[in-house]
Write a protein that binds this ligand. Structure first.
Ligand SMILES: Nc1ncnc2c1ncn2[C@@H]1O[C@H](COP(=O)(O)OP(=O)(O)O)[C@@H](O)[C@H]1O
Ligand SMILES: [Mg+2]
Length: 379
């Protein structure tokens, strides 16, 4: 296994963006926060963009307000000259700002007043991923313009089912707006009154007719005007998505893929690693988080279990027998994880990897993050 030492990445002044990705619940937010804190305490001026921090972690980082503005994290050791700001993504607000900046004030007001906007800005699949990317480019622009002191941006990604969603979001949003479904919906709104009537009365079996019956004419009208309005700023969307994509492919950006030692997470990680290669996006390596270890790792599961059974048969030392069983369980688990990991490493022999042991408790404060950070770096 090729050991990944993330300190090398954090200490390189050329590293400007680190994106932590992986499937849901594997430890992306924890890894992003731990890396940003470690970077700050090693002298970087870092900002971490979190998406969905667990409540206690958010509190310990001062992320109590969802106002889309990075704020200093207190309790960070700045003696090496670094600092840490943190923010939590407000998806709805980022979408609002985006519409505001891409459309005329009148158009923007029109879009925002549309009932369909509410639904799309808060729940359209891919919106959160897209908004995370959007926010990343904004933070980057502020840093480059010298409005903010940051020389490193660490990005967490949304709790998607699949890690690929983050990369696919801009395209998905674009193809949604470009798609056949939308074109059919748009037809009556774009054309004049007669075409409108024709579509609605004659094409009873058509999409618009079906939609109209399912949703009601008012809703359909709302959707149409909404899409018509979005359409006018759509060029803006696409351009921005492309710009962010370039940023992600550019020098100074690194992806860190996080996975847990289970088949699903590793499969996702594998897809992601391959995808990054195809897209020419730079991959720092894999964080295998929450691995089980044991301090007595020369006592195998089998021997431990046999010893427990022997003690139980003899009717002595019940506590020791219980501990031996616990040890046997843990070793069995560890062995299973190691087998899975070995398969992953075998399939990607050049992939740098760092393993982070599972903690007895959630990682919910700066000390917890420091300890994870030490595992991610060189101790
Ligand atoms: N190495 C670890 N040991 C113990 N708990 C962990 C570890 N890494 C993460 N956790 C916990 O697992 C939960 C999910 O982690 P989180 O970073 O929020 O995952 P994600 O952002 O990928 O959904 C959190 O409660 C976190 O504290
Ligand atoms: Mg998360």
């Amino acid at each position: 296994m090729n050991r990944l030492d993330l300190d090398v990445l954090l200490d390189d002044p050329g590293t400007a963006i680190i994106v932590c990705t992986g499937s849901g619940g594997v430890g992306k937010t924890t890894t992003a926060a731990a890396l940003a804190l470690r970077a700050a305490e090693r002298g970087r001026r870092a900002v971490v963009l979190t998406i969905d921090p667990a409540r206690r972690l958010a509190q310990s980082m001062g992320l109590t307000e969802l106002d889309n503005t990075p704020r200093p994290v207190s309790g960070v050791d700045g003696s090496a000259g670094g600092s840490l700001d943190a923010m939590m993504l407000d998806m709805k607000r980022t979408f609002d700002d985006l519409v505001e900046s891409a459309a005329t004030p009148q158009k923007a007001a029109e879009i925002r007043a549309n009932p369909f906007y509410e639904a799309m800005s808060s729940s359209f699949s891919g919106t959160q991923e897209y908004m995370a990317m959007e926010k990343l480019s904004q933070l980057r622009a502020e840093a480059v313009a010298g409005e903010r002191p940051w020389d490193l941006i660490v990005v967490d990604t949304p709790p998607s089912r699949s890690a690929l969603d983050f990369l696919d979001a801009p395209k998905r949003l674009a193809s949604f707006l470009d798609g056949r479904f939308i074109r059919v919906l748009m037809a009556p709104a774009r054309a004049g009154g007669r075409a409108y009537l024709r579509v609605f009365s004659a094409a009873v079996g058509g999409v618009a007719g079906v939609m109209s019956r399912l949703l009601g004419a008012q809703v359909l009208h709302d959707v149409q005007t909404f899409v018509a309005a979005l359409d006018t700023i759509f060029g803006g969307f696409r351009q921005r998505a492309e710009h962010t994509y370039e940023l992600l492919q550019g020098e100074g950006t690194w992806f860190v893929v996080v996975a847990g030692p289970d088949p699903d997470a590793l499969r996702e990680a594998s897809y992601f690693v391959e995808r990054l290669e195809q897209e020419g996006m730079p991959l720092a390596g894999l964080v295998l988080n929450r691995v089980h270890t044991s301090v007595i790792d020369d006592l195998t599961s089998e021997r431990s279990l046999a010893a427990a059974e022997q003690l139980e048969e003899d009717g002595v030392h019940p506590l020791t027998a219980g501990l031996l069983r616990l040890h046997a369980d843990r070793m069995r688990r560890r062995d299973g994880e190691q087998q899975l990991a070995a398969r992953m490493y075998g399939a990607h022999p050049d992939l740098p990897v760092v393993e982070v042991p599972v903690r007895a408790q959630d990682v919910h404060d700066l000390d917890g993050l420091r300890s994870v950070g030490a595992d991610l770096g060189s101790g």
